[in-house]
Design a protein. Structure first.
Length: 147
C-alpha cells in the first residue's frame, strides 16, 4: 500500500526505528494543501506536530512509501490513530503521475494555532532533504521552533 509522509516519518531512519518496512521511497507532492505545525503534541501543549490542511494553490512535499498492509497497524500506533490523527486517502503527484495514498491528518479536536515544532522534531523533516525541492527544504529550515 502507498503511504504519504509529510512529517517526521519522511526520515527513513525514523521508519527503520519504528520497524516499518518499505519497498520504495520516492518524492511526492500534495497539491491544494499546506503544511502546518498545529497538531498538539502529547508531551507539551505548546509543541506542534506536522499536519496538512486544505489550501488552494498550496503544495505539501513529502515521501511516498510503498509499505506492507500489516505495517499500517504499526503506523496507526505511532500516529495515535484514531484519537490524534485520522487516516485519509489523498491524491499525490510523483514523477510517474498521480497516485492515491494514505495520509494521517490531525483530528479537529487536536488542532490549535500558535504551536511550534521543536528543533529535534523539525530535524526529522529536514532529514528527508534528498526527497525535497530546494525551496521547500529552505522553507522548512526557516520554521520557528520552540527551542
Amino acid at each position: 500500500m502507498k503511504y504519504f509522509a509529510y512529517g517526521s516519518n519522511m526520515n527513513p531512519q525514523r521508519m527503520r526505528e519504528r520497524k516499518i518496512h518499505y519497498t520504495s521511497r520516492i518524492h511526492a507532492s500534495l497539491p491544494d494543501y499546506s503544511l502546518k505545525f498545529n497538531k498538539v503534541a502529547s508531551r507539551n501543549p505548546f509543541e506542534g506536530y506536522a499536519n496538512i490542511v486544505p489550501e488552494a494553490k498550496g503544495v505539501v512535499e513529502g515521501v511516498l512509501y510503498e509499505i506492507q498492509e500489516a505495517d499500517i497497524k504499526k503506523l496507526d500506533k505511532y500516529e495515535g490513530y484514531p484519537d490524534n490523527y485520522d487516516r485519509q486517502k489523498v491524491k499525490v503527484l510523483t514523477a510517474a503521475g498521480q497516485e492515491e495514498a494514505t495520509a494521517y491528518i490531525a483530528c479537529p479536536d487536536k488542532i490549535r494555532e500558535g504551536l511550534k515544532p521543536t528543533r529535534e522534531y523539525l530535524a526529522h523533516l529536514l532529514a528527508a532533504r534528498d526527497m525535497l525541492s530546494e525551496d521547500y527544504y529552505r522553507k522548512l529550515l526557516s520554521c520557528d521552533t520552540l527551542d
